[in-house]
Design a protein around this ligand. Structure first.
Ligand code: BGC
Length: 800
């Protein structure tokens, strides 16, 4: 690993699919996995996937006699194919030649994927291949690759083939193989001009169209070669065959420039027309690379975060920022998309959007808040569907789906396959109503970082009111307890979806859900002071919120039930948690390691994880992740519970021993909540979260798509967790506990229209304030508030 590069110096077929996910290139609109150009999809070996933000399609499959409809992020035509053979040889494939040297690099600074291979074929011919690839950050509809082939000990004619292949299916996840996977139908393919050809496809159900056009040019040094070309056409495939005479030690350079347009694009007439028109306007690879790398430089100038002590950590943090910004970028604006939990990097979770935004938005809020706004609008546009879902379930307000895709209906699967046992099982994780609190929390955090009154007045406020109304209507009054309850839900810990031996699904009084519901209602009440009266009136009329409704909100905000483990100050994950059996952790940890999917393991052993005090991921601890101790104690006081800041540590210890970290999000939360009390343990959790994807700690899941929540979460741990950055009452607070392992830290944030640069060492913190649109901001350091004006620069002593 290098500071700006992830580099592999060996060809290791067993890691190929993992590397393909990690070497994905994208621009927030389109992404392509880092598969080799010469390989098409082969189970277990190669999987070139091409994904489009918001590119979904639905198919119905029959499983165990039941008809099941699923919506998938579609694998679109592969634009990569390029390969060659000598007149008497085989098509190039690394598995069929002797690899003498291999080097692959993901250059994050330029957004470039590079490969160099020196190989010998069965006839003893030695060849060097150098390839470069980009998915343009400068022009979202452009992707390009370049091959430089050098015959090292031979001369002769070669045949090259370059294609656009639309015969692809969604086959990237083995567990989904029993489901229908053919999302595309061919619309047309052909040659346009001498050196350009095109392909057009359409999804079978959502009727999205994609047109790709490619231009192939071959150069010797700077001279464009006139070559013999043939076009091969097949339904869903267009390929150009080219014959070139190669001379020993004289490199030839092949450029494949591609345009991609879809029927979701703005400012177009029709996708194929745009693709064929614009492919002729593109410059050569070098020119495209220059524009592309300049776009990345501009991004890095704002979004980088530098540390001094540790190249590996530095490089992985950059990798995480890189993949986040390849999934959502300035090109996302106007696309009406959310952030898929697994990026645009693979097909796991079918490209659905979950609550992971909670971990992703803080990075964007403090740098590119326009993107958060855009991603929140994705939710806003689906309010109508959320309202319908609430009504159907017998509630009021808006109930957003646990898994979201194209139109905002619930996309959670009805049944899922346990790969450990081969059995299809009901999936009740859709009962995670806490997604609604996450959406409201995200709206509030965005508002805190930007003070965007326009957004809050028109969209944010409406979402918060509608979600508060949902919480109010799902809560029921228990006269015995004299408190409100929320029954039949699932908390963040997805292992527990029902009480053992009970018929009903769902659990009662998941503490996280109940506290979050109270918090949302409190924020909704706060909005009465923030928004203007006339807007409040409009909103209440539009959403049918009456005075009695508001009275009920106030009542719930003071009387929600939060379960505790008997005679203790340990918050109970849900009602009845303490009656569950203790789990034999040592036995399973020895066998399966620190992070394991206990639900699958136990089901395959004929057991049931619902029986045990065993969590998949942080659940109660999420409260200490999202709220400062002061805020949480405040909520508890309002609910008339005796809960002190000192109790938090016992809660952490209690649940730490009972968590299997079956989700990559878990370690982020554990590191965060320990960062102030136990720096060593916090760092160990951070280290594990950091390598979740690069070392694929969940055993094969990264190849199916990166874990964007964990990636963004690690960066956020550094930017907010270790710096103690929080926004409270119009003050940006900093209270650093920088781990020694990081050395020093430097980054910039955008806070309420200002760029603020923060430099930290173990002893000092330097804050400088760039020119911005607002006159001044309040920054609180170690308990004291300072006013910063344009150009101000102050150093603080933070040595403890
Ligand atoms: C986790 C969820 C998460 C989802 C998508 C699941 O394994 O339990 O919390 O939202 O993955 O990342």
């Amino acid at each position: 690993m290098q500071e700006w590069k992830i580099a592999y110096d060996k060809w290791q077929p067993e890691y190929q699919q993992l590397r393909e996910a990690l070497c994905t290139l994208g621009n927030g609109y389109l992404a392509a996995r880092g598969a080799f150009e010469e390989n098409s999809a082969e189970p277990g070996a190669h999987y070139p996937g091409t994904y489009l933000a918001g590119g979904y399609n639905r198919l119905t499959s029959e499983i165990t006699g039941e008809k099941i409809e699923n919506e998938d992020l579609v694998n679109w035509p592969n634009w990569l194919p390029l390969t060659f053979r000598c007149a008497d040889g085989e098509w190039f494939d690394l598995r069929k030649v002797e690899v003498l040297e291999f080097q692959q690099e993901l250059d994050m600074h330029q957004g470039l994927l590079f490969r160099r291979v020196h190989f010998r074929d069965r006839q003893g011919r030695e060849t060097s291949l150098r390839s470069r690839r980009l998915v343009s950050m400068a022009n979202k509809n452009v992707a390009a690759l370049e091959w430089e082939l050098t015959p090292l000990n031979w001369s002769g004619e070669i045949e090259l083939v370059a294609a656009l292949d639309g015969r692809v299916t969604n086959s990237g996840v083995e567990r989904y193989s029993a489901l229908k996977n053919r999302h595309l139908q061919a619309v047309g393919q052909g040659r346009d001009t001498e050196d350009t050809f095109f392909l057009e496809v359409q999804t079978v159900q959502s009727k999205l169209r994609m047109a790709q056009a490619a231009r192939i040019n071959i150069y010797q040094e700077e001279t464009l070669l006139a070559v013999e070309r043939d076009v091969e056409l097949e339904e869903g495939l267009v390929a150009q065959h080219l014959k070139v005479l190669c001379q020993q030690n004289q490199p030839i350079r092949i450029e494949k420039i591609v345009q991609v347009y879809t029927s979701r694009d703005q400012a177009i007439s029709e996708p194929l027309h745009e693709a064929c028109k614009n492919i002729k306007r593109q410059g050569n690879f070098e020119h495209l690379l220059l524009q592309h790398s300049q776009a990345w430089h501009r991004i890095w100038r704002r979004c980088d975060l530098t540390i001094t002590n540790d190249v590996k950590t530095q490089s992985i943090l950059r990798l995480h920022i890189f993949h986040l910004l390849q999934t959502v970028s300035a090109h996302t604006v106007g696309l009406d998309v959310g952030v898929p939990a697994r990026g645009l990097h693979g097909e796991a979770y079918r490209g659905h959007i979950f609550w992971d935004e909670l971990f992703i938005f803080p990075f964007l809020n403090l740098r590119l808040p326009e993107l958060t706004r855009e991603l929140l609008l994705y939710r806003y546009r689906r309010l109508r569907e959320a309202r319908y879902a609430a009504t159907q379930a017998g509630y009021r307000g808006a109930m957003f789906p646990w898994q979201s895709g194209s139109n905002g209906r619930e996309e959670s699967q009805v049944i899922h396959l346990n790969p450990e046992s081969g059995r299809w099982l009901p999936d009740n994780t859709f009962l995670q109503r806490h997604i609604n609190a996450a959406i409201a929390y995200n709206v509030w955090q965005y508002f805190q970082a930007t003070e965007d009154m326009g957004f809050m007045t028109y969209m944010g406020g409406e979402m918060i009111f509608d979600i508060a109304q949902f919480w109010s209507s799902i809560a029921t009054y228990n006269s015995e307890l004299e408190r409100y309850e929320i029954r039949n839900v699932v908390g963040p810990d997805e292992y527990h979806t029902e009480y053992p031996g009970k018929e009903n699904t769902g659990l009662n009084n998941n503490a996280y859900t109940n506290v979050m519901a109270v918090w949302v209602i409190q924020v909704a009440l706060k909005l009465f002071d923030i928004l203007d009266d006339s807007r409040i009136e409009e909103l209440c009329q539009k959403l049918s919120i009456s005075e009695q409704d508001v009275q009920r909100w106030m009542d719930i905000a003071g009387k929600m039930h939060v379960p505790f483990i008997q005679d203790s100050h340990i918050i109970s994950q849900f009602e009845g948690y303490e009656q569950l059996e203790e789990f034999p952790w040592p036995e399973y940890k020895t066998k399966y390691g620190e992070a394991m999917r206990l639900d699958r393991i136990l089901e395959s052993e004929g057991d049931n994880v619902n029986k045990y005090k065993a969590s998949k991921q942080a659940d109660v601890l999420m409260l200490f992740y999202l709220f400062s101790s002061g805020e949480l104690v405040g909520i508890m006081q309002q609910l008339q519970y005796e809960f002190r800041a000192e109790d938090i540590q016992d809660n952490i210890n209690y649940y730490e021993q009972r968590t299997s970290h079956g989700s990559t999000l878990s370690k982020i939360v554990h590191s965060w909540v320990l960062s102030r009390s136990d720096r060593k343990r916090a760092w160990r959790n951070f280290e594990m979260a950091l390598v979740s994807d690069v070392e694929d700690i969940q055993g094969g899941t990264t190849a199916e798509g990166i874990h964007l929540g964990a990636m963004a979460g690690t960066v956020d741990l550094v930017q907010r967790g270790f710096t103690g950055l929080e926004i409270r009452e119009n003050v940006l607070w900093l209270n650093p506990v920088l781990p020694e392992e990081l050395g020093s830290l430097k980054f910039q944030i955008r806070y309420r229209n200002h760029w603020i640069s923060i430099q930290l060492t173990q002893e000092t913190m330097l804050i400088s304030f760039d020119k911005g649109w607002s006159k001044e901001v309040q920054i609180g350091v170690l308990g004291e508030v300072y006013t910063f004006k344009t150009g101000d620069r102050r150093e603080f002593n933070i040595g403890r």
